[in-house]
Design a protein around this ligand. Structure first.
Ligand code: ADP
Length: 216
């Protein structure tokens, strides 16, 4: 599903990624762990086309994304990659269902279809009765589940999550990771998850450890 080869990245004189090779199969949950500053988020951003490597290639479903630019890159990202961050980044003035629909509207899905898909996901996540709630009317765990529904609304090839449970208590964190497993089992959804939580990392299929800009 995803193959990154020979990824390097520097900021100024500081080499952050020193030649990373990384592969993910369809339906696989890969966790990336490692000390703070190891380069995990930088790698995730490059895998997600939010940042460009200095050297190396990233291919998603056979498309080399380095070559895409501008609107083409944005459209590719919108359709193929879902993002979940530590903080949900839901838009406060919009309801849960509206937040979930936004990437579908950007993809020019018609309103009715987008809403049906959004409600399907919210229902699957036990949030059907929260669809009209604004983010500040939801608990932390509920907000993160809405963020995951938003990441999934366009049926992306891969979901990239950066410390998705970092802001949750242990019970909600475990529930969130269980949700990833359910999505893998039922829909063959592919995930790359950066996490500090080694225990939760091990609930996935594979754990990749990073240190000083390399996979170790
Ligand atoms: P991790 O996610 O493993 O904690 P990061 O990928 O966030 O590590 O960061 C790795 C290193 O790169 C850190 O030392 C950080 O300060 C540096 N870094 C990350 N992004 C930038 C940037 N945009 N400009 C300069 N330095 C950066």
């Amino acid at each position: 599903m995803l193959k990154a080869s020979g990824i390097t990245k520097s900021y100024g004189n500081l080499q952050i990624l020193k030649g990373v090779d990384f592969e993910v199969q369809k339906g696989e949950i890969v966790s990336i762990i490692g000390p703070s500053g190891a380069g995990k988020s930088t790698l995730l951003h490059i895998l997600g086309t939010l940042d460009k490597p200095d050297q190396g290639t990233v291919a998603l479903k056979g498309t080399v994304v380095n070559k895409l630019q501008g609107d083409l890159l944005s459209a590719f990202r919108n359709r193929n990659i879902g993002f979940v961050f530590q903080f949900h980044h839901l838009l406060p003035e919009f309801s849960a269902i509206e937040n979930v629909c936004i990437p579908a509207f950007i993809a020019k899905t018609n309103k009715k279809q987008a809403e049906i898909r959004a409600l399907e996901l919210l229902d699957l996540f036990g949030l059907a009765d929260r669809a009209q709630h604004k983010p500040n009317q939801l608990s932390g765990g509920e907000q993160q589940r809405v963020a995951i529904a938003r990441a999934l609304v366009n049926n992306p090839s891969i979901v990239l999550a950066d410390e998705p449970s970092g802001n949750l208590d242990s019970e909600n964190a475990a529930a969130l990771h269980q949700l990833f497993i359910t999505l893998r089992d039922n829909f063959q959804q592919t995930f790359v998850i950066v996490t500090h939580n080694e225990h939760l990392a091990k609930t996935g299929d594979r754990v990749v450890s990073m240190k000083d800009g390399l996979i170790v």
